[in-house]
Ligand binder design. Structure first.
Ligand SMILES: [Fe+2]
Length: 510
């Protein structure tokens, strides 16, 4: 009741508030749209529009501690002569003056243009599109990418991704990195703060990344569907356990701050608004009848990694047969609830393609002599088997797995039994390297190859993204690599191209 009253006051008094805001900031002397615009979560009749008012983006945003009303408009043309929707949204200080508008009632399978306005400023124009209607849709271009450590490169890959004219961009995690690179590492610039702990820290970190013009261009180019990995909170965290416990701090408080900042900076629906340390991120996005994207969260609900290193509180390790716990069938990567939900979504889908948009390599990667990395699916083999059993059950139409996390271009066959290449292939898997983040040395990755014949491509020494072109009959995946991630104007080339035909999970080199 109280909030209702306050909201009523705020709405009716918004003109006065804007006037006050203008006075205090010198009529918003600086542009508040420094972080660009974005759209996301496309459906057949709408999408989410996003922006955040931040005239002083690296120092908390620079907005007054009052709500501000922002106008938005959606048009059929870039000149905004045919406006089809307009309205006002309230940017409030408790959500960092972010704006999330959920649009409904638009036409299916159409491009639209959108922008935000204050009396004294106008945002850049973004482009978004609705999906085909239920059951419809013949063609789709998707970019997927992940891992964009700001310190080790520029976002030339995003410029090329935007130019590739995608209908949809999937970000598979590590949108930010929480800690600072130090020492003799290959970085070109450093984060301003050592590591992010508080809400203010995480907000400033998102702002730092979002100031990059190439990233803003990619957000403005088409709707995004996002999920996270570990670095949106802290390296290799599992559920309620970080790699290293900060003394005196409750990890779930840090997770709550990180999740809140994530929501504030992503074009997500109100259904993804966090409550404390909880944020429901796993969901499906249907692209008509052509594709269903199963967007997974492999961090929030997972069992702790087994056989941790003795010098750490949690996190990953590489272990061999001595680690019997790895085979414990109670281990879960997605959490039992998400796991059951995923099985229902996969088997209930009538889409021509079922894309698992998740974080890390599902195909096994034996580092030699039965040694496995515990942070990925190899650390949860029983859970992987349950998922692979669903994918191979004959009840899932054309599954395709995509991922990020490992800063390596991988193309791999997922077999019915991990490590048994004589067992049937149940799905193809593609991992899109990283926008900038550095991979393991290539010579180390090369050592994987003899032990893992199902891995067709493994390149950790180059950066980029993947472009997926889908129609009803086939899915083609092109691995796109920048010539040099240390140059903003880097060129791009195609490293490899694979084709998957319907009803045949064995990928072909194109
Ligand atoms: Fe990463």
């Amino acid at each position: 009741m109280l909030s209702q009253t306050r909201r009523g006051f705020v709405l009716s008094g918004s003109a006065a508030i804007l006037a006050a805001c203008a006075t205090r900031t010198g009529r918003l002397a600086r542009n508040p749209f420094t972080l660009g615009v974005a759209s996301g979560e496309p459906s057949a009749d709408g999408f989410v529009l996003w922006t955040r008012l931040a005239p002083d983006p690296l120092a908390g945003g620079g907005m007054p501690e009052t709500p501000v009303e922002v106008s938005w408009a959606v048009a059929e043309d870039e000149g905004f002569r045919r406006v089809v929707r307009e309205g006002k949204a309230l940017a409030t200080p408790d959500w960092a003056h972010s704006v999330h508008v959920e649009l409904k009632g638009l036409e299916p399978d159409r491009w639209y243009f959108y922008r935000f306005r204050l009396p004294e400023a106008e945002s850049p124009i973004g482009r978004a599109r609705t999906t085909p209607a239920a059951g419809a849709g013949d063609k789709l271009r998707v970019v997927f990418a992940s891992c964009q450590r700001w310190e080790v490169g520029y976002y030339g890959a995003w410029r090329h991704a935007a130019k590739a004219d995608p209908d949809l961009i999937l970000h598979l995690g590590d949108y930010i990195y929480e800690y600072q690179l130090r020492g003799a590492q290959n970085y070109i610039r450093t984060h301003d703060a050592d590591a992010t702990f508080t809400l203010a820290d995480y907000r400033n970190r998102y702002a730092l990344y979002k100031l990059e013009p190439e990233l803003q261009a990619a957000h403005a180019a088409c709707p995004w569907v996002v999920t996270w990995d570990d670095h949106e909170v802290v390296n290799d965290y599992a559920n309620d356990r970080p790699e290293r416990q900060n003394p005196g701090q409750r990890f779930l408080d840090r997770r709550a701050a990180a999740y809140k900042a994530y929501y504030e900076h992503m074009p997500l629906r109100a259904a993804q608004r966090p409550t404390g340390p909880d944020l429901q991120l796993y969901r499906t996005v249907d692209y008509g009848g052509l594709a269903r994207f199963h967007v997974l969260d492999d961090r929030q609900y997972r069992s702790h990694q087994v056989c941790k290193r003795p010098d750490r509180d949690g996190g990953s390790n590489t272990v061999g047969r001595e680690c019997a716990d790895r085979l414990n069938t109670d281990l879960t990567l997605l959490g039992r609830e998400q796991e059951a939900w995923l099985a229902r979504q996969l088997t209930g889908s009538t889409a021509a393609w079922n894309v698992l948009a998740q974080q890390t390599l599902i195909a096994t990667a034996d580092w030699g002599g039965g040694r496995f990395w515990t942070d990925g699916w190899d650390g949860y083999p029983a859970a992987r088997q349950r998922l692979v059993d669903v994918l191979g059950s004959g009840r899932v139409r054309n599954p395709v797995v995509i991922g990020g996390d490992v800063h390596t271009f991988y193309a791999a066959d997922i077999h019915a039994r991990a490590g048994d290449p004589s067992s049937p292939i149940v799905a193809p898997e593609f991992i899109g390297s990283s926008i900038t983040s550095l991979g393991l040395p290539q010579r180390q990755i090369d050592q994987l190859r003899p032990h893992n014949p199902h891995i067709k491509l493994a390149r950790s020494d180059i950066r980029g993204f993947a472009l997926v072109e889908m129609d009803r009959r086939r899915t083609a995946v092109s691995m796109q690599t920048v010539d040099n991630a240390l140059q903003r104007d880097s060129g791009i080339s195609t490293l490899a191209r694979y084709v998957v035909e319907e009803r045949n999970p064995r990928m072909l080199t194109a």
